[in-house]
Design a binder for this molecule. Structure first.
Ligand code: ATP
Ligand code: MG
Length: 267
């Protein structure tokens, strides 16, 4: 898979960024906690679940990070917060230098649309729409005309080896092809950050490697920050930075080739 870099003009959102924002790391979490209250007690009392506990994390532009950990350890919760789909209960999130908690819903929606690409395990493709229209969907929200939407969607799908499937609907595609349509949709806005939750979970290992290869090419060729939640040991092995969660806390943060600070890595 060869990912061809676009000669993309700078986007309006980039032009409006301050110089401080450009110099800042992409993502800074400071002591972020997420507490869910759910009325699930045996006696009907409310139970609090700390899905994240005092997570501090700094991710530079262009990094490639795997988030790993047992089921229930907080991976999806963390990804949702990073993607501005959810807000921390406590702590600070600085995205490109901006404090996320100070932004309005409208501003957050715009950030999600323009700067973030999401690939989730439940791919959320629209079942009655073709691959082309599914991939083009985010462009509707940013007001791109139909003709240009279809042109760009066709281009991205072709880069993902789906040129001959653009008019297929999801139920006419294989799992790996559906996943690639979801990736096309995540890429169509040329996001700064790509967030993927178990993107290879339902795929055979070869297709899984192909998906990872697409991410790697985007990261290498386009400088996209990639953050991927995965259980797949084969994928984890080849990702440069590993953040491990246990019970909502970061218990390991290792960058390949760099020793973890003493006391931070688990045996
Ligand atoms: N909306 C919610 N209300 C209450 N508790 C929640 C909610 N969402 C998640 N949790 C709890 O928070 C914890 C972390 O959940 P999360 O989905 O982040 O785990 P995960 O690491 O992604 O797990 P998995 O690998 O199974 O997907 C779990 O204990 C879960 O039960
Ligand atoms: Mg999860």
């Amino acid at each position: 898979m060869i990912w061809r870099a676009h000669a993309a003009p700078p986007r309006a959102s980039d032009a409006s960024a301050t110089s401080a924002a450009i110099a800042a790391p992409s993502i800074v979490l400071e002591l972020v906690s997420k507490i869910y209250a759910s009325g699930g007690g045996a006696g009907g009392e409310s139970i609090e679940v700390a899905a994240l506990r005092d997570v501090s994390l700094r991710i530079e532009r262009g990094e490639f990070v795997a988030i790993i950990g047992a089921s229930g350890s907080g991976k999806s919760t963390l990804l949702n917060i990073l993607g501005c789909l959810d807000r921390p209960t406590r702590g600070r999130y600085l995205l490109d230098g901006d404090e996320v908690s100070g932004l309005t819903e409208g501003q957050l929606a715009r950030i999600r649309n323009e700067r973030m690409g999401f690939v989730f395990q439940a791919f959320n493709l629209l079942p009655r729409q073709t691959a082309l229209d599914n991939a083009a969907l985010p462009l509707i929200y940013s007001g791109v005309g139909r003709r240009e939407r279809r042109r760009r969607a066709g281009e991205v799908l072709a880069q993902l080896q789906l040129a001959d499937r653009v008019h297929h609907r999801p139920n006419q595609l294989s799992g790996g092809q559906i996943q690639r349509v979801a990736i096309a949709r995540a890429l169509i806005q040329r996001p700064n950050v790509l967030l993927a939750d178990e993107p290879t979970g339902n795929l055979d290992s070869r297709t899984g490697r192909e998906i990872l290869e697409i991410f790697r090419a985007m990261n290498r060729d386009l400088g996209v920050t990639v953050i991927v939640v995965t259980h797949d040991p084969a994928l984890v092995q080849s990702i440069p930075r590993i953040v491990r969660l246990s019970d909502g806390a970061v218990v390991e943060d290792t960058t390949r080739g760099a020793a973890a600070p003493p006391g931070e890595a688990l045996p």
